[in-house]
Design a binder for this molecule. Structure first.
Ligand SMILES: Nc1ncnc2c1ncn2[C@@H]1O[C@H](COP(=O)(O)OP(=O)(O)O)[C@@H](O)[C@H]1O
Ligand SMILES: [Mg+2]
Length: 418
């Protein structure tokens, strides 16, 4: 059950690194986990972990060391009870180095190849903010990885929505690229052009006629009637899963109004009403989290002081009890019922998933008093593990990072090729 999971956000300062570090530490209680700091301009992972880094990405890129040699671990000083012996991380260079901050294509493929070889069950990638190919190339094709946003940064919430939009369009562009076998199934080349022109219009935010992919499907249906593209596109949209974590949670009302609602509304308006949205959980806003970062001993590595800060051992039992007691969420995700493209086109007003999001938030909040901050991470890790174990591999994260050729292979089934 090997899985590479990205942690990203459109903008910085939302707690990506804080989340990635503590999430990776939590997962490492279950299986070997490696955190890779890909925010190579700020090197923030090593700044929140007080350990001696002997090799980092500098050595990988400039000294040609295998990535495996660039792993650092937490020693007995930070991890007195040896609970996190399965955790390791790859630090970014100590100082920003232009060619490592802005990776060339060749350097990026070298790194992607090396990440695929890392010996771990879970590999967490702490990405930097932005939307260029040095970020998108690390993200999965059929889901968003984990997006982090907070009620404090409205612009960052929209930027997280833009990641989803970019990923979906990236996938559709490859699917409908010139020469793509999807188009060599005997259809008119003018259809090919039409689909790409409509995609241009949807992607262009200043083009108001086609605000999202639902409108695009409607237009395509009107222009061509029944056609093979409809199904291809609506299946790409409907199977795309968006996973998010709300950081600096500060109460249901504010978190909902300032983060969840704008996020969901933005996705519905400018992408589609048919995406699967999964709220993985939240992390409270708590000075202990910030202080722990400043001490370079993340909250998960802080000694347990109060009796109610019960130790995480045995972690699996605790995770399991959390799931049933905290949320009352179903332990098994419902199977995804895919709508036919007829329904998808007919149902363009869409069923609003907002109400459901509010319910989830409310049930999370009710049990807040019983929780320690670190339980937030345990809860999210537990949900992630459940998805990794019980759902198809492309639902959450990805088993390996794809090279451009593999990307095409993955998207265009062999039987559809000319
Ligand atoms: N849940 C939280 N409660 C309090 N402070 C937080 C929390 N999450 C992050 N912080 C603080 O917010 C700042 C930004 O967090 P960081 O993880 O570096 O964000 P990013 O990686 O997205 O830039 C840091 O000072 C961090 O200590
Ligand atoms: Mg960071």
């Amino acid at each position: 059950m090997r899985r590479i999971i990205t942690v990203s956000s459109g903008k910085g300062g939302v707690g990506k690194t804080t989340f990635a570090v503590n999430f990776a530490l939590t997962l490492s209680r279950v299986a070997p986990t490696i955190l890779v700091d890909l925010d190579t301009g700020t090197s923030s992972v090593r700044n929140t972990l007080d350990v001696n880094v002997s090799h980092d990405l500098y050595h990988f890129f400039r000294r040609d060391r295998p990535l495996f040699d660039c792993l650092s671990t937490v020693d007995g000083r930070l991890d007195r009870d040896g609970l996190f012996s399965q955790f390791a991380f790859v630090a970014a260079p100590r100082h920003a180095i232009e060619e490592i901050t802005n990776l060339s294509d060749a350097a990026r493929w070298k790194l992607i190849h090396a990440i695929n070889q890392l010996p771990a069950s879970f590999i967490i990638l702490d990405l930097r903010a932005g939307l260029d190919s040095s970020i998108l190339d690390f993200l999965p094709l059929s889901n968003s990885g984990i997006l982090v946003f907070t009620p404090h940064h409205p612009a960052a919430t929209i930027a997280a929505g833009d990641i989803v939009k970019s990923l979906l369009f990236r996938k559709l562009r490859i699917l409908f690229a010139e020469g793509s076998p999807v188009f060599s199934t005997g259809d008119d080349r003018s259809h090919h052009r039409l689909v790409n022109e409509l995609l241009d219009q949807v992607e262009d935010v200043y083009e108001e006629r086609l605000p999202n992919l639902d409108a695009f499907l409607r237009d395509l249906y009107q222009a061509l009637g029944e056609n093979p593209y409809l199904e291809a596109i609506s299946s790409v949209v409907q199977t795309f899963a968006v996973h998010f974590v709300l950081n600096m949670f500060n109460g249901v009302e504010e978190s909902y109004e300032n983060a969840i609602r704008p996020f969901v509304e933005y996705l519905m308006q400018s992408v589609s009403t048919h995406l699967q949205l999964v709220n993985l959980g939240w992390i409270v806003e708590d000075q202990r989290i910030h202080r722990a970062n400043c001490e370079r001993r993340p909250i998960l590595l802080q000694p347990l002081t109060r009796p109610e800060d019960r130790p995480l051992d045995p972690v699996l039992a605790e995770l399991a009890s959390l799931e049933t007691s905290v949320l009352g969420l179903p332990t098994r995700s419902q199977p995804v019922v895919r709508k036919s493209h007829h329904d998808a086109v007919a149902d363009l007003t869409g069923e609003v998933p907002l109400e459901q999001q509010l319910q989830i938030l409310n049930s999370m909040y009710r049990s807040r008093g019983a929780l320690h901050v670190r339980d937030n991470f345990a809860y999210i890790a537990h949900r992630a593990l459940h998805m990794i174990r019980d759902l198809p591999a492309d639902t959450f994260g990805q088993p390996r990072l794809l090279t451009p050729l593999e990307l095409f292979d993955a998207l265009v089934p062999h039987e559809r090729r000319g």
